[in-house]
Design a protein around this ligand. Structure first.
Ligand code: LLP
Length: 430
């Protein structure tokens, strides 16, 4: 469920008319609903807590990469969420948003020495180590700081899944994690290193996964590994099960409840980890923020050709990369509510960027639209603004957070001064 709906003929975000946001902030602009973010976080957190009500509550580390807007992060920090980060920038942003260091985990295949030093120095909860080389570097960096950093190994289970090849992470061909076969040797090696304390294991097999089967197969493998590591005399207290739960991008008309995938997933995790006696962790991103955001854009031009009707909008692939990068589908809702009997036309919806890849959709049947009409790309809260760029020297897109009847610009549109003024001319051309 989300909180974008038609009211008196116009699309609203909670109690705010999107036409008002367009008029005051301009387009393109991302608009996020606090109520939707809160609802999804609570649904997920309570389902995971329900896995074993007698155990300490599992950790829910929101994956900052999905949407790192300060307003979104503060909303989640206030709900008690932790943060899953993948760069020093994300660690810093999570700290700035009010996440306690003890609620931050740091994953990623390419952490640099200075990034590790920053994270260890900040006192974060856990580092998810992805290679033997990283293990050595982390131990060296932490020992130099006089610390012993709590860490887990991210293991590649050779079971991948995901909505697209580019977002599958768990197969052996993917760059992520230490190999399953080497986990035991590395765990033993880490035990003799001064700068790390191994606490357990992590796994993340991919993103936009809408069935529990692949998760179950990967988690069962991890549970087996926990058992064999313990049999070898190691302590394994934590199991971080990653993120990856998918969401519906095609919104059925009667869709009015939280995805039951959460319940199926919780039941499956309960079954697979029963009696294991580990602290569970989760790293959901898309599930929390995906349908809590839309990209609001305006029709600039209609380019009608004999065989094609192009709808040129003011958002482009630099603002929302997913269709160009993953052939992703986003529903398009006109802001003015279309009459049920309104004529529909097949449009290619494109942005102003000078390459044909800047196409959001082809031959999409939409109610007839005209110049200056506002439309919304739905389900754009995850991996939308967080993947935006300034390609074609387009200022970074603006972001707005709505709460009830209020809205606030949580990232102003980048100014042309900032866009141009941060470059420096070389001295020989100054
Ligand atoms: N944990 C780790 C280690 C990850 O690599 C990811 C996502 C997550 C958690 C969160 O996954 P989620 O729950 O959001 O599926 N840009 C792509 C998605 C890339 C996902 C990368 N890793 C897209 O727009 O579909």
């Amino acid at each position: 469920m989300h909180h974008f709906a038609y009211r008196d003929g116009a699309l609203f975000a909670e109690d705010v008319d999107l036409r008002r946001i367009a008029a005051e902030v301009g387009t393109p602009v991302y608009v996020y609903s606090s109520a939707t973010i809160e609802r999804h976080y609570r649904l997920f957190e309570s389902a995971m807590r329900g896995i074993d009500p007698a155990a300490p509550a599992p950790h829910v580390f929101y994956a900052v990469k999905a949407n790192g807007n300060l307003g979104v992060l503060k909303t989640l920090a206030a709900l008690g969420a932790g943060a899953d980060t993948v760069s020093e920038g994300e660690v810093r942003k999570a700290l700035a948003a009010g996440f306690a260091p003890e609620k931050i985990v740091f994953s990623g295949v390419g952490k640099s020495e200075s990034e590790l030093a920053f994270a260890v120095g900040a006192g974060i909860f856990q580092i998810n180590i992805e290679s033997e080389s990283e293990l050595e570097l982390l131990s060296k960096v932490a020992a130099r700081l006089g610390k012993r950093q709590e860490a887990v190994f991210r293991v590649n289970p050779d079971i991948g899944a995901g909505g697209h090849a580019k977002i599958t992470t768990g197969s052996a061909a993917n760059k992520f994690g230490v190999s399953f076969e080497e986990a035991s040797r590395l765990y033993a090696r880490a035990a003799n290193m001064p700068g790390v304390r191994m606490m357990g294991l992590a796994v993340h097999i991919g993103s936009q996964i809408r069935e529990t089967e692949a998760f179950e197969a990967a988690y069962a493998k991890m549970v087996g590994l926990v058992g064999s590591l313990r049999a070898e005399g190691h302590r394994v207290d934590r199991l971080d099960l990653g993120g990856g739960l998918g969401i519906p991008y095609e919104i059925p008309k009667d869709f009015d409840h939280g995805p039951s995938l959460i319940e199926d997933y919780a039941a499956m995790v309960g079954r697979v980890t029963k009696g294991l006696d580990v602290e569970l962790g989760f790293e959901p991103g898309r599930l929390i923020v995906g349908n809590a955001g839309i990209l609001l854009t305006q029709v600039l031009h209609l380019n009608s050709r004999p065989t094609k009707q192009f709808l040129v909008v003011d958002a482009a692939m630099n603002d929302l990369l997913r269709p160009a990068m993953y052939e992703a589908y986003h529903e398009i809702w006109p802001v003015a509510e279309p009459a049920a009997d309104m004529r529909k036309l097949a449009y290619d919806v494109v942005g102003p960027i000078c390459e044909s890849g800047d196409t959001f959709t082809t031959d999409r049947l939409l109610p007839e639209l005209k110049q200056h009409d506002l439309i919304a790309f739905m389900t754009a809260g995850a991996y939308g603004a967080s993947m935006s760029s300034t390609y074609n020297q387009r200022p970074l897109v603006a972001e707005v957070l709505v709460k009830g009847t209020e809205f606030a610009v949580t990232r102003p549109r980048q100014s042309y001064e900032d866009l141009i003024g941060t470059d420096r001319a070389p001295p020989w051309l100054a």
